[in-house]
Design a protein around this ligand. Structure first.
Ligand SMILES: N=c1c2ncn([C@@H]3O[C@H](COP(=O)(O)OP(=O)(O)OP(=O)(O)O)[C@@H](O)[C@H]3O)c2ncn1[C@@H]1O[C@H](COP(=O)(O)O)[C@@H](O)[C@H]1O
Length: 113
């Protein structure tokens, strides 16, 4: 999985300096953080609506979940790039968490005084 993420992140880095008239990613950077966040929110909403439909059944609905999740991940990568955050940091965080049960991690959190 991380191969395509790494390749895509490399292209996204190049697009920070590209012409907004010939690059969708460059056009997002030109419009700024608020526009990028709007797209992330929109794609998140579309993903959850597709997921609700998929729970009711057809293969077409399941394909929509895949397509919408790809849109969400893509726009999240653009957000990270815009903020100058390396996507590898997110992969490293997932790797750090790997094998740690969410239930155990939550139980080990300091309690509020
Ligand atoms: N993976 C993607 C990718 N996924 C989705 N999209 C685009 O994301 C947009 C989101 O879809 P919408 O229907 O929400 O778009 P819209 O309604 O026109 O958007 P708004 O006007 O509402 O903002 C579409 O234009 C999609 O084509 C992507 N655009 C680019 N990439 C990758 O980014 C690379 C660089 O793209 P460019 O910068 O355009 O060269 C490409 O080679 C691809 O690898």
């Amino acid at each position: 999985m991380s191969d395509i993420l790494n390749q895509l992140a490399e292209v996204l880095e190049q697009r920070r300096q590209a012409d907004p008239d010939s690059s969708y990613v460059a056009s997002l950077h030109r419009k700024g953080l608020n526009k990028i966040l709007e797209k992330v929110g929109e794609e998140a909403t579309e993903t959850l609506l597709a997921a609700k439909d998929a729970a009711n059944g057809s293969e077409k609905n399941r394909e929509a979940v895949v397509a919408e999740t790809a849109d969400l991940w893509f726009h999240s990568l653009v957000m990270l790039s815009h903020l100058g955050i390396d996507h590898q940091d997110v992969l490293d965080e997932l790797a750090r968490r790997f094998g740690i049960s969410g239930l155990d991690e939550k139980a080990a959190r300091p309690t509020d005084a």
